[in-house]
Design a protein around this ligand. Structure first.
Ligand SMILES: *Cc1c(COP(=O)(O)O)cnc(C)c1O
Length: 233
């Protein structure tokens, strides 16, 4: 079967609509983010031509190289940072992305606050990344500190935090993580919850995701490797 970005997108859109209609926690259909990291501009253009507007990238430099030209063609394109942000890249990140979903530590909040007023794009906001599984190799605020950190970032640093983002541990059932995140989001009164990837977006939709972040299921496996042929019986 030939992989087509536009057919993957339309299958996903139908699936998301269906899942959201059955989910008690869903008031609106969640938005589909196309995670385009490592994929070339031509693939992103194909998604844009198929009506996709929300994209996610995990590296500032890669996004800054690919997206400005695409934005000229599609001014309503929306781009979020979903990967770790170094303090020395904050200015570039603010110039490149509409939303930074990876606010994961106090030093980054300090740096963002320093540069925030220089920015003119009024739609810009931030999500707090939560390390719900407390995994040492993963970025994010520990779950028990999430409420206090969010309130500090909003009140003390005047940062416009509008959501939570998380990547649950790869080898656990994500449902309990998603359920906890939903409760936390409600308690904080934040409008956005960014959870769910290619492998677990149906569960994320059940637990109230407002944005699901899907890469592989749209663009195919990263790294350009051909799909593995089925084993010979
Ligand atoms: C790569 C990535 C995704 C998309 O993962 P897929 O499994 O390819 O859908 C989602 N969120 C983050 C933070 C990522 O880095």
């Amino acid at each position: 079967m030939i992989h087509s970005i536009s057919s993957s997108l339309s299958t996903l859109r139908a699936d998301i609509k269906c899942l959201a209609a059955d989910a008690a926690l869903q008031k609106n259909t969640p938005r589909l983010m196309a995670v385009s990291k490592t994929n070339p501009a031509e693939s992103i253009l194909e998604a844009l031509q198929a009506g996709q507007r929300l994209f996610g990238e995990n590296k500032v430099q890669e996004a800054a190289a690919k997206f400005p030209a695409l934005r000229q063609q599609y001014p309503d394109l929306e781009l979020h940072l979903i990967g770790p942000l170094q303090r020395n890249k904050v200015k570039d990140a603010l110039a490149t992305f509409d939303i930074i979903q990876s606010l994961d530590r106090p030093e980054l909040a300090e740096e963002l606050a320093k540069h925030w007023n220089l920015q003119t794009r009024l739609t810009q906001s931030l999500f707090i990344q939560v390390n719900t599984g407390k995994e040492p190799q993963k970025a994010g605020i520990p779950p028990e500190e999430t409420i206090a950190f969010t309130q500090w970032a909003r009140r003390e640093k005047n940062l416009p935090v509008t959501g939570l983002m998380a990547i649950p541990p790869a080898h656990e059932n994500p449902s309990s993580h998603f359920a906890w995140l939903y409760q936390c989001q409600q308690q904080l009164g934040l409008p956005e919850l960014s959870i769910g990837m290619s492998g677990d977006y149906p569960a994320a939709i059940r637990y109230g995701a407002t944005i699901i972040r899907v890469g592989t299921a749209i663009f195919g496996e990263r790294g350009g490797a051909a799909p593995t042929p089925p084993p010979k019986v």
